[in-house]
Design a protein around this ligand. Structure first.
Ligand code: PGA
Length: 258
């Protein structure tokens, strides 16, 4: 069975002092409840704080990822970060295709696919984010939109590479809005993604974790994680509050048995 995963996307938030407090409290809470035996936990700080968080978590089961990477290898790309650099500073994963990057920073389907490939080549786990806008949901295009996003991102990959992905279904209308998909709405899309994964073999479908993201909080996490095909969450706002993030990790540890 897939181990549940909770990933905290800090977005463009944090300062050295607050990061230390947050990580220290989260580490203490995870240890106290031995949560990382049942749930994998990752945090994605802004890149300037990756080294800080990596140093603070090195002796723990909490792993660190980046919120973005450049699709190119090292070279003349001012302001960018390569996959190898992220590995060098201790990242094990990277978010790719987050709707904020798709909408505001030009991460189109081709660039998303190139970033996924670059991450895999360097040994990073790509957390591939997918999701429809409100207009697309209202037009009943949700499943076709996520199908297109998934297929274009994995088009050039070999089977073992697809097995190394994590998917995160994040309906755009639920991100940062306080409006969560209902467990049933999320499960429908997750089940669809599981079918798409199964086209590459049942073991791919059985292995790849599909997270839900979009206004997950301490109160709604348990109902989401109880769904058959929801393997954890990608958490934005609530990952900045240690108490809430720990409650979400706790809900993920209980998972489908809850
Ligand atoms: P949110 O963000 O939990 O604040 O809605 C989720 C995300 O964007 O990954």
């Amino acid at each position: 069975m897939r181990k549940t995963l909770v990933a905290g996307n800090w977005k463009m938030n944090g300062r050295v002092v607050q990061n230390d407090e947050l990580v220290t409290t989260v580490l203490a809470g995870l240890a106290e409840q031995a949560l990382t035996e049942q749930v994998d936990v990752m945090v994605f700080p802004p890149s300037v704080y990756i080294a800080q968080v990596e140093a603070a978590t090195r002796e723990s089961a909490l792993s660190v990822g980046a919120q973005n990477l450049c699709e190119f290898a090292d070279g003349a790309y001012t302001g960018e970060l390569s996959a190898e650099m992220l590995v060098d500073v201790g990242c094990s994963a990277v978010l790719i295709g987050h709707s904020e990057r798709r909408a505001m920073f030009g991460d189109d389907e081709q660039r998303v696919a190139e970033k996924v490939k670059a991450a895999l080549v360097a040994g990073l786990t790509p957390v591939l984010c997918l999701g429809e806008s409100l207009e697309q949901r209202d037009a009943e295009q949700t499943l076709s939109v996520v199908t297109e996003q998934f297929k274009s991102a994995v088009a050039g990959l070999k089977l073992p590479e697809i097995t190394r992905l994590v998917l995160a279904y994040e309906p755009v209308w639920a991100i940062g809005t306080g409006r969560t998909a209902t467990p049933e709405q999320a499960q429908e899309v997750h089940a669809h993604l599981r079918v798409l994964l199964a086209e590459y073999g049942q073991s791919v479908a059985d292995t790849v974790r599909v997270l839900y993201g979009g206004s997950v909080n301490a109160d709604n996490a348990a109902a989401l994680f109880a769904q058959q095909d929801i393997d954890g969450g990608l958490i934005g706002g609530a990952s900045l509050k240690a108490k809430d993030f720990l409650a979400i990790c706790q809900a993920a540890a209980v998972g489908r048995d809850g």
